[in-house]
Ligand binder design. Structure first.
Ligand SMILES: [Ca+2]
Length: 408
């Protein structure tokens, strides 16, 4: 035992001297005994190779869906499953290897009015899903109401269909512009997007009417039901205004996302006949943002009757017209995944009719968009898996594609 210790002390001393020499430290061994500070022995710095400009490819990930409108995942990072919502009222699971589970996660097609812009349109898992098993959906019921409801999954792969608890039931005056996006914010509240009720030109003025939930982004505390409107909502205690409202002046918000890194909120809003738009709301916003509809379509005047001066409204960071077969924006995500670092920080979005996939970022102090792919797809939605990798859906074929960078 004693011999063993001696040997190892010697080895340790030799190790220190060798390490210092290897690091090029100009310290004589003799000075070590005077307790002078010794420079730390650091490993050689690993230089990361520079990233090449990304080359984005849409790689088929899964197929066989009918009219996919939502792609999402649970918030549990180790849960690699991807959930796909079919408009008719079915939620299916893609396993990590791309196979689609035979059994639906939820099938409420018998309750859903499906067609045009109606159907099962939103899905968001509780931030505590691994513990509470709750998730939230938005659908059009058979009487043409928008329903926001909570469901419970007693085990990871199946749902109790009788667990529905309705949070909101909102009559839809027309069949179109139902919005439908649901997502949890970094504040833990549920954000629910509703369109202006439909027809054209917002004939009843819902977008600017703070006593209506239509044309709004709502912010709800769903930690217990019935839900509460957080007291920090901008109209929480104002008579004649709905306390659920976070933002207003939306026409048909089709897909929202929070940037996982900056917490900024991106809202894509479908235009009337000319302008498609992307809006961005900074982290730390107090809400009450007026996104302009039906006073403005994008940054363009639409119907200024009863409207205030332009500085009362928030205008898009990005907008585009209906040239090149474009007709309807599909909002996406800022890439924050791990696999493709050259995509980090780029906001991806698309046009449903023209098939263009764009990425945008701030260059020279302004938002600039770049056409990435002119696809043959009708891109109905984007989605993130639990690790932040991005996917999109082709509404026509029901294929799900992963956004990849083949250059890095
Ligand atoms: Ca707007």
């Amino acid at each position: 035992m004693i011999k063993w210790l001696k040997v190892n002390r010697t080895s340790l001393l030799v190790g220190v001297v060798v390490a210092l020499s290897a690091a090029g430290a100009a310290v004589a061994v003799g000075t070590l005994t005077k307790s002078q500070p010794v420079p730390p022995v650091l490993p050689p710095r690993a230089e990361k190779p520079p990233l090449s400009p990304p080359v984005v490819e849409l790689s088929k990930f899964a197929s066989g869906f009918t009219k996919p409108v939502v792609i999402t995942a649970t918030p549990t990072v180790s849960d690699k499953r991807v959930f796909v919502v079919e408009q008719a009222g079915v939620i299916k699971i893609i396993q990590a290897d791309g196979t689609v589970s035979a059994q639906a996660f939820l099938d409420i097609s018998s309750k859903v009015l499906n067609g045009g812009e109606m159907g099962l349109l939103g899905l968001a898992f509780s931030p505590n899903y691994s513990r509470d098993g709750n998730f939230f959906i938005n659908y059009t019921d058979r009487s043409q109401n928008t329903i926001v409801a909570r469901y419970h999954a007693p085990s990871p792969g199946s749902t109790d269909p009788a667990s529905e608890e309705v949070l909101l039931k909102i009559a839809q005056p027309y069949t179109n512009h139902n919005g439908g996006a649901l997502l949890f914010g970094p504040d833990g509240y549920l954000y629910a997007a509703l369109g202006d009720g439909g027809s054209g030109g917002d004939p009843h003025g819902y977008g600017q009417n703070l006593n209506s939930l239509l044309g709004k982004l709502l912010r709800l505390d769903v930690s217990q039901l019935p839900y509460k409107s957080p007291s920090s909502n901008p109209y929480a205690n104002q008579p004649g205004k709905r306390p659920e409202i976070w933002d207003y002046g939306l026409r048909n918000p089709w897909r929202l996302s929070f940037d996982r890194k900056t917490d900024a909120l991106y809202i894509a809003d479908v235009g009337q006949g000319d302008i498609e738009e992307i809006n961005r709301e900074q982290s730390g916003s107090k809400g009450g943002v007026n996104y302009g509809w039906r006073c403005f379509e994008g940054s363009k005047d639409f119907n200024l009757s009863g409207c205030a001066s332009r500085d009362n409204y928030s205008f898009p960071i990005l907008e585009y017209d209906h040239s090149e077969d474009r007709c309807s924006v599909t909002g996406g995500y800022v890439y924050r995944g791990k696999k493709y670092p050259a995509l980090d920080g780029k906001y991806f979005y698309a046009d449903f009719c023209g098939g263009q996939l764009y990425s945008a970022e701030i260059k020279d102090a302004r938002w600039q968009a770049e056409l990435i792919v002119r696809s043959p797809y009708r891109i109905s939605t984007f989605g993130e898996d639990s690790g932040g990798e991005l996917y999109l859906a082709d509404y026509t074929t029901g294929d799900i594609f992963q956004i990849r960078d083949t250059a890095n």
